[in-house]
Design a protein around this ligand. Structure first.
Ligand SMILES: Cc1cc2nc3c(=O)[nH]c(=O)nc-3n(C[C@H](O)[C@H](O)[C@H](O)COP(=O)(O)OP(=O)(O)OC[C@H]3O[C@@H](n4cnc5c(N)ncnc54)[C@H](O)[C@@H]3O)c2cc1C
Length: 397
């Protein structure tokens, strides 16, 4: 059978895209292929569960716009589908002169992004969060928490209700584009579609190469390792607590995150992974490692970021180092408070020149659109990203 649309990848970006295509073009045929036995098993199911407000991103940038819109759309989707979410707010805590300066710059940026942010002094911070210490903080009331795995399940149900098919346990092994259709192959069979959208997350570069595209980047897996607090420490914070980020490496800095199930996680860090989809600490996949080791951009990025790479690795291997990062703003935490929690793995696109790609990256041909980079906050922004992808996909017949 020839489908109107095929989507590869049952993470939040693929699911939101399938949903949008069916909403825009009711009655069209669509199949979504996912290699795992359930949706949301990779980045989407292993993230911090934060609905970001979008204060970090350059004013007027696509990332800022999609995040602000995405936060509202995610909350609306949750409300419509009976998914629990909580708008608990976030505090960005400054603990030094340098962080106070960065905090002020962030405050100005948030005003340009028209996001509600309040500047708090040390006493106001202590009043809101008695267990947190800092010289000042920014309070972002709109930040929320949710289980993105639950969002994915609800999107899956909506796709089925709109007449779409989801094929689980189906690993795509071949993609061939011809003038009139794209043929997608797996061990279990093949499909033809008028249009193909590929949202492969950690495998997105391999899927692009499989489809014969020439790309100038590769995916490097960055582990985001977490700990979890003991249940009797879950009320240690009432908001999400973040350090003020270094603008050069905005994804670094472990935070205290209240999860929607009531637990509190500490993390994530960012260390180079030895496997794209191996979550236990000692996971190694030689083919994954060879892929990035043979890519010149990988070594350039390691060299350019060697200082932070060494610090992150040391703190990953040495728990007291990890703890010290949180004790800067939460001095009451001890080693016994850091219990094991499953890691997440970020699909970090790295350019041939060694640059870490922080923006969304799409590669489009006549009949295919490949989402080559969907970095954080893509879970928050998935609904408007999907609208953009659907519009581009439907532009041509
Ligand atoms: C540690 C961590 C914390 C984060 N925290 C947040 C946060 O708090 N808030 C936020 O907004 N964002 C956060 N993010 C970012 C966010 O989770 C990701 O940007 C988003 O989930 C990406 O979704 P995706 O659908 O592109 O990828 P994924 O969720 O990885 O989905 C890709 C899917 O493609 C499938 N696939 C791959 N290859 C094939 C194949 N050959 N055949 C069939 N299927 C295939 C995979 O099995 C997978 O299900 C975080 C990310 C990480 C890793």
């Amino acid at each position: 059978m020839k489908y109107d649309y095929c989507v590869i990848g049952g993470g939040i970006v693929g699911l939101a895209t399938a949903m949008r295509l069916l909403e825009e073009r009711p009655g069209s045929s669509l199949v979504l292929l996912e290699k795992e036995a359930a949706v949301g098993r990779h980045q989407t199911g292993h993230n911090s569960g934060v609905i970001h407000a979008g204060i970090y991103y350059p004013p007027g940038s696509l990332k800022a716009e999609l995040c602000r819109e995405g936060a509202a759309a995610t909350k609306a989707f949750c409300a419509e589908n009976g998914i629990r979410f909580e708008t608990c707010g976030k505090l960005l805590v400054a603990t030094s002169d340098l962080e106070m300066q960065r905090m002020d710059a962030l405050y100005e940026r948030s005003k340009q992004n028209t996001i509600e942010v309040h500047r708090l002094g040390a006493d106001e911070l202590k009043e809101r969060e008695p267990n947190i210490r800092g010289r000042g903080a920014l309070f972002v009331p709109a930040t929320g928490i949710v289980s993105y795995a639950e969002v994915c399940e609800a999107m899956g149900r909506r796709i089925a209700a709109l007449g779409g098919e989801i094929r689980l346990s189906t690993r795509v092994t071949g993609i061939r584009e011809a003038p009139d259709a794209v043929t997608i192959g797996s061990e279990g069979g093949s499909w033809q579609a008028r249009k193909l959208v590929v949202c492969g997350g950690l495998q997105s570069d391999r899927l692009a190469l499989l489809a014969g595209l020439s790309i100038e980047h590769r995916i490097v897996p960055f582990r985001g390792e977490y700990y979890r607090l003991p249940a009797d420490r879950n009320d240690i914070v009432h908001h999400l607590i973040y350090p003020v980020p270094d603008p050069a490496l905005p994804f670094l800095g472990v935070h205290l995150t209240r999860m929607i199930d009531g637990s509190v996680t500490v993390g994530p860090n960012a260390v180079i992974g030895f496997a794209r989809e191996g979550y236990p600490r000692l996971s190694v996949n030689l083919s994954d490692m060879a892929d990035y080791a043979l890519f010149p951009g990988f070594w350039k990025t390691v060299f350019a970021n060697r200082k932070s790479a060494v610090t992150e690795l040391r703190n990953s291997l040495w728990k007291p180092g990890y703890l010290a990062q949180c004790r800067k703003y939460c001095p009451g935490l001890g080693l016994a408070d850091l219990l094991p929690h499953e890691a997440g793995i970020r699909a970090q696109a790295v350019g041939r020149d060694g640059a870490l790609i922080h923006d969304f990256l799409f590669v489009q041909t006549e009949r295919m659109l490949h989402v080559c980079n969907a970095p954080s906050p893509a879970a928050t922004s998935a609904i408007p990203i999907a609208r953009m992808i659907a519009r581009r996909t439907m532009e041509t017949p």
